[in-house]
Design a protein around this ligand. Structure first.
Ligand code: PLP
Length: 394
């Protein structure tokens, strides 16, 4: 099996699993209890908060709260800011956010909020002029992803925060960094971020744990109300083993960042160049630069993405389709539509996402097999004339 779908989820690192095990087996105490037995669990929680503080370059570990996933982090941040200050009713986001953010904004629109969705160009880069023009003193929140899950395109977070603070200093800035964590350095202070969410399972921790940074100047109304855990910002007994796992994964991600930015990138580039060179009806759906190092999104013209995935799956290769068909909708990807990817390629777009566990041998195998797969599928495409014209052009 060759796993090139690491933006969907990642393999749990053995070292992460090892770090978690004692907190299932021996140190299972509730970290909020008073007796000595809970000391190890509460210390582990404190230590993990310190690691996450460093991972995000927060000022204080009190600014980190633990959640169950990236979606919860985003919902806590967004609803938390809006519910704390109900007088402001304007939100700015982008057309290419993850559904956990976009679906929430659609709900908020029905509740009377005005939401501006900023567009991107054909490379996937954000229209900063449109963003700047949209900000008013009534803007409660600007909410932007750091890296896109489908294309890997990185948004200029520092520039965006400068624009926000110069036009409306009271506007809060939430960054969905779920796809950036472990792939590029994260620095909340250096980038002027008020709130930022991450999810453990995207960087080799298990599914079911996330974190939210809330800077000390930003006040929220909690999403989950109950006990006093997480300084009253997120009720519920902390999931100590998973939090320990995510903290170990964050340490490993920091140590492995250089490898990610050089070796993982080299393998991604090798795969991409091979496909673009050897398959005449392929196109890169983004620009070459300004992307996280592990992701490439490639369109295959006049063929169906799902068919490509099935052929790949038969050979043990896992990747993901640019369209949302697999999630039960026949609509092509909202991200690729926002980028105006031509309709001839949008249905045949595939996202390959690598990790530190991807090997050269695996990439060589995929480079060898992709032309064979695409040739088989183009042979039965009803668009033979168009394909011939494309071939003649290359
Ligand atoms: N934000 C982005 C950019 C994502 O890619 C994802 C998951 O794919 C999420 C948020 C949601 O994370 P989770 O699955 O942990 O809720």
């Amino acid at each position: 099996m060759i796993y090139l779908d690491n933006n969907a989820t990642t393999k749990v690192d053995e070292r992460v699993l090892d770090a978690m095990m004692p907190y299932f087996k021996e140190e299972y105490a509730n970290p909020s209890s008073m007796y000595n037995f809970s000391k190890k669990a509460s210390n582990a929680l404190k230590e993990a908060r310190g690691v996450l503080k460093d991972f995000l370059n927060a000022k204080d570990e009190k600014e980190i709260i633990f959640t169950s996933c990236g979606s919860e982090s985003a919902n806590t941040a967004i609803k938390g800011v809006l519910n704390y200050n109900k007088s402001k009713k304007h939100i700015i986001t982008t057309k290419v956010e993850h559904p956990c953010v976009l679906n929430l904004y659609q709900t908020l629109e029905k509740q009377g909020y005005k939401v501006d969705y900023i567009g991107v160009n054909s490379n996937g880069d954000l229209d900063l002029e449109q963003l700047e023009a949209a900000i008013t003193p009534d803007t409660a929140l600007v909410s932007v992803m750091w890296a896109n899950n489908e294309t890997g395109v990185i948004f200029p977070i520092k520039k965006i925060s400068e624009i926000i603070k110069s036009k409306s200093p009271d506007t809060k800035f939430f960054v969905d960094a779920v796809q950036a964590a472990g792939k590029i350095p994260l620095d909340v202070q250096g980038n002027g971020i008020d709130l930022l969410g991450i999810s453990g399972h995207k960087f080799h921790a298990p599914k079911g744990v996330g974190a939210l940074y809330i800077n000390s100047k930003t006040l929220i109304t909690p999403l989950i109300v109950g006990g006093h855990q997480e300084r009253g910002k997120r009720a519920g007994t902390e999931n100590v083993p998973y939090i320990v796992g995510m903290s170990k994964a964050a340490e490993l991600a920091t140590d492995g960042l250089k490898y990610e930015l050089t070796e993982v990138k080299r393998l991604r580039d090798k795969l991409e160049k091979n496909i673009l060179k050897n398959i005449y009806n392929s196109r890169l759906n983004t620009g070459v630069s300004n992307r996280v190092p592990n992701t490439t999104n490639i369109g295959f013209e006049y063929v169906e993405g799902e068919l490509i995935l099935l052929h790949m799956s038969d050979l043990g290769i896992c990747a993901s389709s640019g369209s949302a068909c697999t999630s039960g909708s026949l609509e092509p990807s909202h991200v690729l539509r926002a980028m105006n990817v031509p309709f001839t390629a949008i249905h045949g777009s595939i996202r390959f996402s690598l990790s530190r566990f991807t090997t050269e041998k695996e990439i060589d195998y995929v480079c060898e097999k992709m032309p064979e797969i695409i040739e088989k599928i183009t042979a039965i495409s009803p668009y033979q004339e168009e394909l011939a014209a494309l071939k003649a052009h290359k």
